[in-house]
Design a protein around this ligand. Structure first.
Ligand SMILES: Nc1nc2c(c(=O)[nH]1)N[C@H]1C(S)=C(S)[C@@H](COP(=O)(O)O)O[C@H]1N2
Ligand SMILES: [Mo]
Length: 240
């Protein structure tokens, strides 16, 4: 596994920063891989072709921001809805206020991408996926959960057993603040024991199903059970 050494984000070109500030993505600062990435970035970064943004956030400067979609999705806190559908007794449609009114969970855990970068001890706030499943009433034939993003592209799955773990959250807060748009706000999945690709951003729906369906990266050969340290034994190198 190759990774960025921590603190490698210091080499930021001023021209790039100014460009970013004018681009509507102010606040996201590209790191030292910027030269490699610029040519592949869409839209405001002047590149074309490949479909992702990748960058480092200032401050901690260790997260990279990923989106495999052409867009950087935007949904206001007011308009946000999360659907819980499929093999349930009571389908739910929840606003962000609804999510906040349910029993909250806080976790402080590492966030680790399969490509090697890791952010230690990230404080997350949200609620357990299990809480939502219990409220919706999972039918006996259910085996798995399919998650969809309002980016219209990214999907993920967990077994029902995995989704019921106490360290699997619908996260609406991170590092003491509302979850930012860049990190998948208003709400994303956070699957603490698995690699970052399981933690789907811009979460739109939770569908209870009778089988596990491969997610976005899993259709491109990543392990569907993405336990940190126990899966993806080949070095990870997904491009986002
Ligand atoms: N919708 C969506 N969710 C996603 C991704 C993505 O491209 N789109 N990338 C995944 C990967 S590979 C990682 S490592 C994390 C990165 O989270 P971050 O962008 O908040 O750092 O998001 C995961 N969830
Ligand atoms: Mo990742």
């Amino acid at each position: 596994m190759s990774g960025q050494p921590p603190g490698e984000s210091t080499n930021i070109s001023r021209r790039v920063m100014l460009g970013m500030l004018g681009s509507g993505m102010a606040g996201i600062v590209l790191g030292s891989r910027v030269q490699d990435l610029l040519g592949r970035l869409p839209g405001p970064f002047g590149g074309s072709g490949d479909r992702f943004y990748s960058s480092l956030v200032p401050g901690r400067a260790r997260f990279r921001i990923y989106s495999v979609s052409d867009t950087f999705p935007d949904r206001s806190a007011r308009d946000y809805r999360l659907d819980v559908t499929g093999l349930v007794a009571r389908p739910l449609r929840l606003s962000l206020d609804d999510l906040h009114s349910l029993p909250a969970t806080r976790l402080e855990r590492d966030f680790q991408c399969v490509t090697g970068w890791r952010v230690r001890d990230v404080p997350w706030a949200g609620l357990r996926v299990a809480e939502l499943l219990d409220r919706a009433g999972v039918r006996p034939e259910a085996r798995a959960i399919r998650f969809r993003s309002f980016d219209g592209v990214y999907t993920e799955s967990l077994t029902l057993e995995q989704a019921r773990r106490p360290d699997v959250l619908v996260a609406y807060g991170m590092e003491g603040a509302p979850l930012s748009r860049a990190h998948g706000g208003p709400a994303r999945l956070y699957v603490a024991p698995m690699y970052g690709y399981k933690s789907l951003k811009w979460l739109e729906s939770i569908e209870v199903t009778d089988h596990v369906e491969l997610g976005y990266w899993e259709r491109q050969d990543y392990d569907v059970d993405a336990w940190v340290g126990r899966s993806n034994t080949r070095p990870g190198d997904h491009p986002t």
